[in-house]
Design a protein around this ligand. Structure first.
Ligand code: CCH
Length: 293
């Protein structure tokens, strides 16, 4: 049985909205990153990779609580190639606010901010994670293997306490964002046309594009389409499994429904293993656009 991480005291919602705004402003300013995709996708990915180390049955269940992504041991996990860009993006904001925010809180708030600023759903967020020392850094190799099939994907997410297919398929919808980079992962290409907009395009493309299995320059198998989009084997697993496929169809047809399930699932992902006190408030932050209205 696991000893759930206990959150620390926190500051006011307005303090965190300020930090949110710093992240959002920097996202707007440094828009040239990765051929003008910007830092949004890689911020979402670092929040998810900080979360994906969680294992429910450990005494100290890893995940986002301890902010151990700040240690080279975790950042240098081969699965985390490219995430140092996200970490370095957040570093000056951490330095400016270190009396108010831990690394785990900042990395998760970065993901929430990026999703919202890229027109995605509102993601409920709570503060209270506390930096743990180096010896609490999980071992490498806990993130999923992109070359696998539907059974592997389902089992992998069961291991993160996601038992419902709906949550799993929704989470994978984040692959509407960004791209794969040969030098990072051994895969190459974007999943769609709008790499810095949070939409249900991933599901539409899975169903509607003409996919062909190719071996890429790194010798890995990926699915390519004539429009220059790609899918990982684990992405294609979502239409190779009938139960997953029904959900892909639902999300492709109803973006609001996808947003609703994604929001809940991502919030759960970044809070895995943390036992918030019952009175700990859940916050929804305003986007920069909403504040400018
Ligand atoms: Fe992912 N993802 N992801 N992913 N991912 C990659 C990039 C992004 C897998 C493999 C890869 C989620 C789940 C999975 C993002 C968000 C999420 C890459 C390319 C691989 C490989 C990395 C590179 O080359 O730079 C696999 C396997 C799974 C199985 O579950 C989940 C869940 C999320 C978020 C909720 C985002 C965003 C990116 C783009 C990053 C960028 O830099 O553009």
């Amino acid at each position: 049985s696991s000893e759930l991480a206990k959150p620390v005291d926190i500051f006011d919602k307005t303090d965190y909205q300020k930090i949110y705004n710093q992240i959002a402003t920097k996202l707007r300013e440094e828009d040239e990153y990765d051929n003008y995709i910007g830092y949004g996708p890689v911020l979402v990915r670092i929040a998810w990779h900080a979360s994906g180390t969680f294992r429910p049955h450990e005494k100290i269940p890893a995940g986002t609580y301890g902010g151990t992504m700040r240690f080279d041991k975790e950042l240098d996990d081969p699965s985390n190639m490219g995430l140092r860009n996200a970490f370095n993006f957040l570093k000056p904001i951490y330095d400016e606010n270190k009396d108010k925010i831990s690394h785990g809180d900042l990395i998760t708030l970065g993901g929430v901010c990026a999703i919202q600023e890229m027109q995605g759903p509102k993601i409920p967020w709570r503060s209270g994670r506390k930096d743990l020392p180096f010896d609490k850094t999980p071992e490498n190799g806990r993130l999923p293997d992109a070359s696998r099939d539907a059974t592997y994907v389902r089992n992998y997410y069961h291991g993160l306490n996601f038992l419902d297919d709906k949550e799993i398929v929704a989470l994978l919808g984040a692959h509407c964002l960004g791209k794969t980079h040969l030098k990072n992962s051994g895969y190459e290409g974007p999943w769609g046309a709008a790499s810095n907009m949070f939409t249900n395009e991933f599901f539409k493309n899975l169903l509607n594009e003409k996919w062909e299995l190719k071996t890429n320059e790194a010798g890995n198998k990926q699915w390519d389409s004539p429009k220059g989009y790609m899918m990982l084997p684990t992405d294609m697993a979502l239409v190779q499994d009938n139960k997953f496929k029904k959900l892909v169809e639902q999300f492709a047809n109803d973006e609001q429904y996808f947003f609703k399930v994604f929001s809940k699932s991502f919030s759960k992902l970044i809070e895995n293993g943390i036992e918030f006190p019952e009175n700990r408030k859940v916050w929804l932050f305003k986007t920069l656009d909403e504040q400018e209205e």
